[in-house]
Design a protein around this ligand. Structure first.
Ligand SMILES: C[S@@+](CC[C@H](N)C(=O)[O-])C[C@H]1O[C@@H](n2cnc3c(N)ncnc32)[C@H](O)[C@@H]1O
Length: 221
């Protein structure tokens, strides 16, 4: 079974139940480093998509400040239902990163928050294409994930047949000339800043998309 199908079949719900206290609606006023960073790239009224959003807690934070419209997708029906109850202003849907039910160029910012590391490797090209498809030209892509100095695969301890793939996923997008790195901030689960254990090192990365960018203008003859 693919990792996507394992999450759809119940691991998404199990993750949400195991971590329910971290997604409590009362935590919507917290301002962790990824939020602080992503907020700098948003203005009131802009549209944000979080891929792997759990109950949409991050989106609710961005709805309150700076006043964005939030959409989210997650394979967990339990998380999505809890989010619809707690945060009715958000548009939350059950689904997966490889097939986004959104129109082309419909978001100002697309956010992968600790999601890419559990995506099946064969699905990555499709996931990149889907995120790029729904992100507007001139928009931003945020990736919050593990950031080891070399790729590390570890068995995901909560479900058989699932691996954590820890690698710098921003490089997939940065291979295209229209994506440039706007900002990268390392942090760790225990503190802001550099984690001495490369397997646990985390980073927030923000990439700017500019379809006309990446090329020096031709000199006229
Ligand atoms: C570690 S949690 C992070 C949740 C939230 N983004 C955050 O930052 O707290 C990873 C989330 O990704 C979801 N997920 C797993 N596989 C996915 C897939 N193929 N497409 C989209 N989301 C997925 C899980 O259900 C889970 O809610």
């Amino acid at each position: 079974m693919s990792q996507r199908d394992i999450f759809l079949a119940g691991e998404g719900d199990a993750y949400f139940r195991r971590n329910a206290s971290g997604y409590a609606p009362e935590r919507a006023d917290a301002n962790p480093l990824p939020l602080q960073t992503v907020r700098n790239y948003l203005r009131p009224g802009q549209r944000v998509l979080e891929i792997g959003c759990a109950n949409g807690l991050n989106l609710e934070r961005l709805r309150r400040d700076p006043g964005c419209t939030g959409s989210g997708i997650d394979p967990s029906a339990a998380a999505i239902e809890a989010g619809r109850q707690a945060f009715p202003a958000l548009d939350l849907q059950v689904g997966t990163a490889d097939q986004l039910p959104f129109a082309d160029a419909s978001f100002d910012l697309v956010w992968f928050g600790f999601c890419l590391y559990v995506i099946d490797r064969p699905l990555l090209p499709r996931v990149v294409a889907e995120a790029d498809r729904v992100l507007k030209d001139g928009g931003f892509l945020a990736i919050v994930d593990f950031d080891p100095d070399a790729p590390v695969r570890r068995r995901y301890s909560h479900a058989a047949g699932v691996n954590s793939f820890k690698t710098d996923h921003a490089r997939m997008f940065l291979g295209f000339p229209q994506y440039v790195l706007a900002e990268k901030r390392p942090f760790s689960h225990s503190a802001e800043g550099w984690d001495a254990d490369p397997g646990e090192r985390l980073a927030v990365q923000v990439l700017a998309k500019n379809n006309a960018g990446g090329y020096a203008p031709l000199e006229s003859a």
